[in-house]
Design a protein around this ligand. Structure first.
Ligand SMILES: Cc1cc2nc3c(=O)[nH]c(=O)nc-3n(C[C@H](O)[C@H](O)[C@H](O)COP(=O)(O)OP(=O)(O)OC[C@H]3O[C@@H](n4cnc5c(N)ncnc54)[C@H](O)[C@@H]3O)c2cc1C
Length: 379
């Protein structure tokens, strides 16, 4: 079996940081700067992201020369889990901090790192993921968006879909076919940094089930991207995209999407918990502790430069199942939960309409389970 989740304790400086982040959240709430919102992908507040950047909590692990703070993955985990636990509006900076920045650090040119990383770390620019297409989601290697070499750059034609917050963000890292499929379907793919505000890039918002324009269709019609915006070597896109996935799948956002629901349920139940309510909340706490231990282990492996893709897939699958289960349990509980507050009812309604997306974004359950089966040597 190839899964590893070593038990890991947070170092003292990480626990000290936790106290700082909690104080920051308390100050922000006391000043009425935001209300606890939905999950990590639905509360967009650029000003909040700039304040987090000003604290030094974006690009935390990146080198100082690129505007980073040279802190550990575990310290970064403390910040992300505290902000998620507070249901803070982290959406604007989330993708750039989690995966676009690390991708540029690993594969980008010196000029790209110097241009983008300091601004990402200050919370001034925000990135989207331009992977999925209308007929290419799970089977990402089948992307049809094509980039053709032209004088001074590349001409991109094709269509991306589900590009989260492309209508508000500044850039997307777009996966496109630059070569022939050849022997391996994974060959001939490349990634480009695309300016989402460019006049030849057409961004069309799509309204989700909760009534929010969360994601977009992004259409390229001979859109020009300069040579300097190619990320890494042409043809290396597949390896680069898959290296993003360990960052994308293992974080606390994969099991804390509905934490506001659990917190508000606890507040309602505290005075008069029935045995069923106690059992349900106890089970949730136990699962949460196990998931958190696994997620910390993956952060420690990322810190060591490892790429725990399988462990990330396992955490995302278990985490998403846990999130969905919470909603089912609370819905079934109905009025047995005493004193159902407005906060609880709004958290339950929000989680119910947003939850179908949780098991799709970042890889579907079936696909993740396929990866886990491979880790067990069954495929
Ligand atoms: C809220 C949300 C935000 C998103 N944001 C982004 C974003 O910012 N950028 C981006 O690029 N994409 C984004 N996505 C797209 C997401 O990555 C895809 O929806 C996902 O990869 C699934 O692809 P698909 O929708 O094309 O479904 P399909 O791949 O067509 O899958 C349909 C069904 O078939 C099953 N299936 C497919 N292949 C297999 C297989 N090999 N074995 C077993 N079952 C299989 C799937 O599990 C699923 O149930 C987002 C999606 C959502 C819901």
């Amino acid at each position: 079996m190839r899964f590893r989740f070593p038990i890991f304790e947070f170092p003292p400086q990480a626990e000290a940081l936790r106290v700082e982040v909690r104080a920051f959240v308390a100050e922000e709430l006391a000043a009425g700067l935001w209300q606890p919102g939905g999950d990590f992908a639905s509360s967009y507040d650029a000003a909040f992201s700039r304040r987090v950047g000003a604290r030094g909590w974006l690009g935390m692990t990146w080198p100082r020369r690129y505007g980073g703070h040279e802190r550990s993955m575990l310290e970064r985990l403390v910040v992300t889990e505290e902000l998620l636990a507070a249901s803070a509006p982290v959406t604007a900076h989330w993708i750039g901090d989690r995966q676009s920045g690390p991708l540029l650090l690993r594969y980008g040119t010196e000029a790209q790192r110097a241009e983008f990383l300091p601004r990402l770390a200050r919370g001034e620019i925000f990135f989207s993921i331009g992977m999925s297409e209308p007929d290419s989601g799970s089977d990402l290697a089948s992307v049809r968006t094509r980039a053709t070499k032209v004088d001074g750059g590349w001409s991109i034609t094709g269509r991306k879909v589900w590009t989260t917050f492309a209508h508000l963000n500044h850039f997307a890292i777009v996966l496109a076919r630059t070569g022939e499929v050849g022997d391996s379907r994974h060959g001939g793919l490349s990634q480009f940094i695309v300016d989402l505000k460019a006049p030849d890039v057409n961004v069309r918002p799509i309204v989700n089930m909760a009534g929010e324009p969360e994601f977009n269709e992004v259409v390229f019609d001979a859109s020009f991207v300069a040579d300097e915006r190619l990320v890494g070597e042409p043809g290396n896109g597949w390896q680069q995209v898959t290296s993003e996935l360990a960052f994308e799948r293992s974080g606390p956002e994969r099991y804390l999407s509905s934490i506001r629901l659990v917190e508000s349920a606890l507040a309602c139940a505290r005075e008069r918990p029935t045995p069923r309510v106690r059992e349900a909340l106890g089970r949730m706490a136990a699962k949460l502790v196990a998931l958190r231990t696994m997620s910390i282990a993956v952060a420690a492996q990322l810190q060591n430069g490892e790429m725990p893709n399988l462990e990330g897939a396992l955490i995302k699958d278990l985490g998403n199942a846990f999130e969905r289960e919470q909603i089912a349990v609370f819905r079934a509980m109905g009025a047995e939960l005493p004193r159902r507050s407005d906060d609880y009812l709004s958290a339950l309604a929000g989680a119910t309409v947003n939850s179908p997306a949780w098991t799709l974004r970042g890889g579907t359950r079936e696909v993740l389970r396929g990866l886990v089966a491979r880790g067990l040597g069954l495929r």
